[in-house]
Design a protein around this ligand. Structure first.
Ligand code: SF4
Length: 415
């Protein structure tokens, strides 16, 4: 078995844990933001609906800012106030409401899981983190802990990006915070720390602290309710980095401690508390180039209409609608790009499309989490009707207003 980590990285003093919980909860009671899912979790008497309300918020908040989520959340809960209502929705409706929120598979999985709760669990939400994670597709350890603690009062810790940052600073954890060894320690820590009588509030307080005070670049340590428990803050104040930092910190040889910064990247006093957390360098995003064509015609009422086609039901932006598009090889000459797009449209429409008839409009760059995408945008006005080969993809003509109300991605709106 691996040796236990040095105590400076743990919360081993019960008196300190008690004081930290008290300080953090008192701050949360004073300073927490009013958010619609918090109001619902606090007042909803029906436990299944309470769990559902928290679940929806947690899924929407993954990788997305609170300010962006609020409006989507309110519209979602208005449209589908219960699991049963969501289970009856179509995927198209879910995608339409989700349009612009990003990471589209989240909405789809939420709906699939709601169907499962209704059809296989008689509409009853699992009540513990273990069951939530085991029984609900798309619910991982974090979401399960959040739902169980906030909706059902289970003393389960949570670890998300905000909690990782706060805990790494509180305990000077400088090893790669995305490594399994560190993540395991952080979960242990979160489970030790969580307040037994107010677990949901405690978890939300820890995340709120990370979101509003212990922020990534310029943390507001002076206002922090737990600064007296923070090893990184203490080190910044009383610093004088020792000559051999890790020996002094952990009583071990440099490089032996699995949670200290690696010997090759010791504490940097110019960074202060932002020495923590540390992450292995991210892989650079994949660079992609896609030709996209806005086909337009006059509809029967004289308004301009645009052709959109549906993407495949799996993979990036699954099931969403877009202008006909074609991924391009890198470094193609412009002439060649245009020809490839014309060939592609020709195969689709079953009639000749001249490359020089495509009008170049400009380029749109959109950054997905792992893809740096450039859309090379063309337009092509058409006379009369065009039928696309339905075997290739479902398609439809829409007005500009209908386009904006459709399940289309932010990238396509930019186009
Ligand atoms: Fe974060 Fe600073 Fe508070 Fe420590 S004192 S937890 S670094 S805000």
């Amino acid at each position: 078995a691996p040796a236990p980590p040095p105590s400076r990285h743990l919360f081993s003093d019960p008196a300190e844990v008690k004081a930290l919980r008290g300080n953090l909860l008192a701050w949360y009671d004073r300073c927490k933001r009013d958010l619609p899912w918090r109001a619902l979790a606090a007042t909803e008497p029906d436990p299944d609906r309470r769990g559902y309300a928290v679940w929806v918020s947690e899924i929407m908040l993954q990788q997305t800012q609170v300010a962006t989520v609020i409006d989507y959340y309110n519209r979602w809960m208005q449209k589908w106030p219960t699991l049963q209502a969501l289970a009856q929705a179509s995927l198209e409706e879910v995608n339409e409401l989700w349009a612009g929120l990003g990471y589209y598979s989240r909405g789809k999985r939420l709906q699939e899981a709601a169907r499962k709760v209704v059809s296989e669990l008689a509409g009853r939400m699992p009540r513990t983190a273990e069951d939530l994670q085991k029984l609900l597709p798309g619910v991982g350890r974090y979401t399960a802990g959040a739902i169980a603690s906030i909706s059902y009062g289970q003393a389960a810790g949570v670890v998300d990006g905000n909690v990782i940052r706060v805990l790494c600073r509180l305990r000077c954890i400088g090893a790669d915070s995305s490594s399994p060894a560190v993540i395991d320690r952080l979960w242990d820590m979160a489970n030790v720390l969580v307040d037994r009588s107010r677990p949901g509030d405690f978890n939300q307080a820890l995340m709120e602290l990370g979101a509003t005070v212990c922020v990534p670049k310029v943390p507001l340590c002076g206002e922090c309710p737990v600064k007296q428990h923070c090893q990184a803050w203490r080190r910044k104040l009383f610093g004088n980095p020792p000559k051999v930092p890790d020996v002094e910190d952990c009583g071990k040889r440099v490089g032996d401690c699995p949670l200290c910064p690696p010997a090759t990247e010791p504490w940097d006093s110019s960074l202060g508390v932002t020495n923590f957390p540390r992450k292995a360098a991210k892989k650079p995003p994949r660079v992609m180039r896609t030709a996209t064509c806005v086909l337009q015609r006059r509809g029967c009422h004289g308004a301009l209409e645009y052709l959109i086609v549906q993407r495949p039901s799996s993979g990036l932006l699954a099931g969403l609608w877009e202008f006909p598009s074609l991924p391009l090889a890198q470094d193609l000459e412009e002439e060649r790009e245009r020809e490839e797009l014309a060939d592609h449209l020709q195969a689709w429409m079953g009639r000749p499309v001249a490359a020089k008839g495509l009008r170049f409009i400009g380029e749109v760059i959109h950054i997905f989490s792992h893809i740096h995408q450039t859309y090379v945008v063309y337009s092509l006005p058409l006379d009369g009707n065009v039928t696309l080969d339905p075997a290739l993809a479902p398609s439809r003509w829409v007005t500009e207003d209908e386009f904006h109300a459709s399940a289309v991605s932010t990238a396509m709106k930019k186009v």
